[in-house]
Design a protein around this ligand. Structure first.
Ligand code: SAH
Length: 508
């Protein structure tokens, strides 16, 4: 007798996640975890799309509602969440919502839809813009002696005056969604008994590099905001705490906040593994980073057999020209049941300090690093004599420059494939956002070629400003047809960020 197979339990699960107010660092760890395990992500226009980098392989669905022009109704969103969760034998859905899930986010309705459909769910609270936007403007919602209570209200409501009278004992008022009705709301607050001289501030796009703040009093705030051109999304703070901005202002008066990359989208096109360090440098300069990995690494077609064979009994110079080569070499050795001792008989040259660091992290010191990073300098400076042998373990895409340089000096050059570089197709979503990038960074010739290959009738990367990691990458970019290439002075992340700044400034 055989047992009937047990029914497979459905994977259907919905995480309602508060994405925070905008700064991608304000996502919670639990929110990040849920994104990393999601099959499908539904996000809206207040959830920073940068957060999608935690779920590169998930299907993403934009369900944006912006202001009053709703693309998709709340009922449709509720239905969609349930439907997607139940598709394909059950999927993990991450529903990313701006700020906190339950603060005017209609998260309650989405959770109810899950309950009705019998789909299990979790709530991942987020940092609400009601508190965070003022905080990033240097305004605490409470402060001993100044304000001991606050209320969060919507400026959309028709209730108006009545609700304001009820709130007369509350020290700080936080108005969401009210930026268009500020004049009316302010007048009603005064009619309900608030002093027209009460300080007020409106914070647009709080915690992002587009943050803008206008300050006034209940009497003036409507006009001040109109003159400054502030629009949704914005939080308006009414109360004595607003004065604290004079002393507590911190986020929007730092040098990075005023730099040329501030609020500009910079696309980072390296592989996901290699990109985060550059992204951090760019973010620190105020850029909104769009990570679009254009290349990914895979095993060499022969699984690295030729590389292992070439290493056997080799005693010359081993040339490693990327972090990826170092990583691939060590995983190859590991898979073969070996370790760094397999390199005992060779001398090792690293193409630059970053590759040397990768080696050092694995307990191996590079015997040689050229004075300037790059294949050209490695070829010219490698301290090898005529007749000595060099073995270059690299990808199938290695350019010939190193080989030519060494052979011109009478050094024997051999190459074996250690890993494979292949094109990674960006998601449609990423591609759509790439079109609006102010500048695209290119860290290698292959990234340049893959990007050029994406050109189509409605995407023209070749005429967008690009910042290239070094002269070789710049040459490759020009060869691939890019017309607005800015070159980094040295092969460092800071120099690449400098080049991005220059590119954005228009000086190619
Ligand atoms: N659940 C969200 C609020 C959604 S209602 C939260 O907890 O933050 C949408 C309103 O939120 C906007 O109209 C605006 O008033 C406010 N808002 C959201 N993000 C904001 C931001 N980064 N800066 C200022 N206001 C923001």
């Amino acid at each position: 007798m055989t047992d009937a197979p047990a029914p497979t339990p459905s994977r259907a699960f919905v995480s309602l996640i508060g994405a925070g107010p905008g700064d991608p660092g304000l996502l919670t760890l639990r929110g990040q975890h849920a994104l990393q395990h999601a099959d499908v992500v539904l996000f809206d226009y207040l959830a920073n799309p940068e957060l999608l980098r935690w779920c590169p392989d998930a299907r993403t669905i934009y369900v944006g509602k912006k202001g009053f022009s709703e693309y998709i109704s709340q009922e449709q969103i509720n239905a969609l969440i349930v439907q997607v969760a139940q598709e394909n034998g059950g999927q993990r859905v991450a529903r990313l919502k701006g700020g906190d899930v339950f603060v005017f986010g209609r998260g309650g309705e989405e959770a109810e839809a899950c309950v009705l459909a019998g789909v299990p769910f979790e709530i991942v609270p987020g940092v609400t813009s009601a508190i965070a936007a003022p905080a990033y403007a240097g305004i605490p919602v409470t402060h001993r002696d100044v304000a001991r209570s606050f209320a969060v209200l919507t400026g959309n409501t028709r209730e108006g005056g009545a609700q304001y009278e009820r709130l007369s004992g509350v020290d700080t008022l936080l108005l969401l969604m009210g930026v268009r009705n500020l004049d009316t709301i302010a007048a009603e607050l005064v009619a309900a008994g608030r002093d027209p001289q009460t300080p007020a501030a409106t914070v647009q796009w709080g915690s992002t590099h587009q943050q803008r703040v206008a300050t006034g009093t209940l009497e003036t705030i409507g006009q001040v905001v109109r003159e400054a051109g502030l629009e949704a999304p914005a939080v308006t703070v009414v109360g004595e705490v607003v004065k604290l901005r004079d002393t507590l202002r911190w986020f929007d008066n730092t040098p990075a906040f005023g730099g040329p990359l501030r609020g500009r989208t910079v696309a980072v096109t390296r592989t996901r593994d290699g990109s985060s360090a550059l992204s951090e440098v760019l973010r620190a300069r105020g850029a909104d980073v769009l990570e679009v990995p254009l290349i990914r690494f895979g095993p060499a077609p022969d699984g690295g057999a030729a590389a292992l064979e070439a290493l056997r009994d080799f005693t010359g110079w081993l040339l490693l020209t990327s972090n990826q080569a170092v990583a691939a070499l060590f995983s190859l050795l590991d898979a073969a049941g070996r370790d760094a001792r397999a390199l005992a008989g060779v001398r090792i040259a690293a193409v630059g300090p970053s590759t040397a660091r990768s080696l050092a992290e694995r307990g191996v010191r590079a015997d040689f690093v050229p004075s300037t990073p790059g294949a050209r300098h490695l070829g010219a400076e490698l301290p090898a004599g005529r007749g000595e042998a060099a073995l270059h373990l690299t990808s199938q895409l290695a350019e010939d420059e190193l080989q030519r340089g060494l052979e011109a000096r009478g050094i024997g050059y051999a190459r074996a494939g250690l890993y494979r570089t292949e094109a990674a197709a960006p998601t449609l979503n990423a591609l759509e956002r790439l079109k609006n990038a102010a500048v695209i960074t290119l860290a290698s010739g292959s990234a340049a070629r893959h990007l050029a290959a994406l050109a189509s009738a409605d995407f023209d990367p070749l005429h967008m400003p690009v910042a290239a990691m070094g002269p070789q990458t710049a040459d490759a970019a020009r060869e691939a047809g890019f017309t607005r290439v800015t070159v980094a002075g040295t092969a460092s992340l800071d120099a690449l960020a400098d080049a991005a700044e220059r590119a954005v400034g228009g000086a190619a």
